[in-house]
Design a protein around this ligand. Structure first.
Ligand SMILES: Nc1ncnc2c1ncn2[C@@H]1O[C@H](COP(=O)(O)OP(=O)(O)OP(=O)(O)O)[C@@H](O)[C@H]1O
Ligand SMILES: [Mg+2]
Length: 307
């Protein structure tokens, strides 16, 4: 039994332009202590999937499917029950620390506040724990700083501390390295990995950066136009991809020749029939435009392709 079992999760948004099919029958399992990277180009539905797990989608979202965590379907919980899960069981690290941190509180206060509120810890105990955590994340001596007094990387670490202080079993990080310069990427990934290990947690990492996925994940899931196309062990997916889209994504990396994926990105309102990648696929056959491919097993996972 996986720690988090996402089954046939579909999300659509009612918009004036039409129904946006942002995620279609997404099935993914996050195992205990595992790091799963969810990759795919911009707009393919990665954030929608994690926000659906956390029940943080706006009111125009229609959500179907199940998200089983410790035997309970999160999608069936009411807001009060879900508020208890957020932070304590499942924590999310958002991309932008300046939006997630409060500018008028010291970082140590921001970390200890959730312990006081959610775990009903005493102030002194909460301060002790938050100070230890900040020190482990390399912010010793900076506990009493305000966010504006810290560098972007330090704020990122402060935010990681806020996310993991309650000892969540699942850490979700949505593009935590987007926009960081290369020297910071390794550091931030290191901190997230450390936080995961300290907690004995599992990590669901959203990234469009295959190199980040290679460095940190055990398993990779590749998303295209709202669907998961391939899942497998990281080495297998990156070295011997089974889906033509995964191959195209890898070929578009600078170190592999920067080959752009031919053709335009698909519409999420009117996605291609059959396999959603078929209009851009060099291997397409007639069947691909008619039938949605079924999942087929690979050595370490599965692929959705009729080739
Ligand atoms: N509230 C919303 N209303 C309508 N459409 C939305 C809404 N939120 C997301 N979408 C659409 O859903 C699709 C998936 O968006 P999502 O943010 O999950 O992409 P992503 O894979 O996270 O992209 P990025 O890598 O740029 O963060 C996009 O087409 C987006 O425009
Ligand atoms: Mg996103």
């Amino acid at each position: 039994m996986a720690l988090l079992d996402i089954r046939n999760l579909s999300v659509s948004f009612e918009t004036p332009q039409g129904l946006v099919k942002a995620a279609t029958q997404v099935s993914l399992a996050l195992e205990y202590n595992e790091t799963l990277a969810l990759v795919g180009e911009t707009g393919c539905g990665k954030s929608v999937v994690v926000n659906a797990i956390m029940k943080l989608l706006p009111a125009n979202a229609k959500v179907d499917g199940r998200v089983i965590y410790r035997g309970r379907d999160l999608l069936s919980l009411d807001e009060k029950e879900m508020a208890r899960i957020r932070g304590q069981d499942i924590a999310i690290i958002f991309q932008n620390p300046s939006l997630a941190l409060n500018p008028v509180y010291k970082i140590s206060e921001q970390v200890s506040e959730s312990m006081i509120l959610k775990k009903r810890s005493s102030r002194s105990r909460a301060e002790e724990i938050s100070s230890q955590l900040l020190q482990r994340l390399g912010l010793k001596g900076r506990e009493s700083s305000y966010p504006f007094q810290l560098s972007g990387g330090m704020n990122q670490r402060a935010m990681i501390a806020c996310s993991v202080v309650l000892g969540p079993k699942i850490i979700i990080a949505d593009e935590p390295t987007k926009g960081l310069d290369q020297s910071m990427v390794g550091q931030v990934l290191g901190e997230i990995r450390k936080a995961k290990e300290v907690n004995g947690a599992s990590l669901l990492l959203i990234t469009h950066d295959m190199e980040v996925a290679r460095q940190i994940s055990d398993k990779v899931a590749v998303m295209y136009c709202g669907e998961v196309m391939e899942v497998g062990k990281t080495e297998e997916v990156l070295q011997a991809p089974s889906h033509p889209y995964t191959q195209a994504l890898l070929d578009s990396l600078p170190e592999r020749g920067f080959l752009p994926i031919p053709g335009p990105s698909p519409s999420m309102i009117d996605p291609p029939e059959g396999c959603r990648f078929h209009p851009r696929c060099p291997w397409r056959r007639d069947l691909c435009s008619i039938e949605r491919p079924v999942q087929k097993s690979t050595t370490t996972g599965w692929v959705r392709c009729c080739r």
